[in-house]
Each structure stands twice: as structure tokens, then as C-alpha cells.
Write a protein that binds this ligand. Structure first.
Ligand SMILES: [Zn+2]
Length: 83
């Protein structure tokens, strides 16, 4: 009686959406962080413009740029190797 071969699967991670860009001011003022966050944009250019404006307005110089993107985990069968 033939037993069905177990299907090997692997989990793959795929980007499912648009990468978002956000910046945060981490300049320390009197021992605590400024902490002001930009809006979230689809392009890094707007993040850079926001940092320039915030720096020009406040004299703050240290920022943290972040990107985030939605991802999904998919289970995909591993292809059988031919021998
Ligand atoms: Zn600031």
C-alpha cells in the first residue's frame, strides 16, 4: 500500500503593500527627546523635506528615519529535487 509522500512546505515572506516612510526627531533637549514624528508618506522625499523644515524651525539635528511595509507569510511547497 503506497503511502502518500509528505508535502514539504516552507514559509515564505512576501511584501504585500506599499513601503511607508516616517521620520522622528530624536534630538535631546534638556535630557529628554524631542520626539516629534512626521506624517507617514509613500516616498522618502517628503520625509526628508519634513526633517529639513523641522531642523530649520527648531535647530534640531538628530532624526530617526523608519520604513515599514506590510508583509504576508505564505506556505509554499518545496519543489522536489530530481536525482
Ligand atoms: Zn525636534
Amino acid at each position: 500500500m503506497p503511502t502518500p509522500a509528505p508535502t514539504a512546505t516552507r514559509l515564505e515572506i512576501q511584501i504585500t503593500g506599499i513601503r511607508k516612510h516616517v521620520a522622528k526627531c530624536i534630538t535631546e533637549i534638556d535630557g529628554s527627546e524631542c520626539g516629534v514624528c512626521s506624517a507617514v508618506w509613500d516616498t522618502p522625499m517628503q520625509t526628508n523635506n519634513w526633517m529639513r523644515e523641522h531642523a530649520a524651525d527648531t535647530g534640531h539635528e538628530l532624526f530617526e528615519k523608519r520604513t515599514e511595509e506590510p508583509v504576508g507569510v505564505f506556505s509554499r511547497p518545496v519543489e522536489a529535487r530530481s536525482r
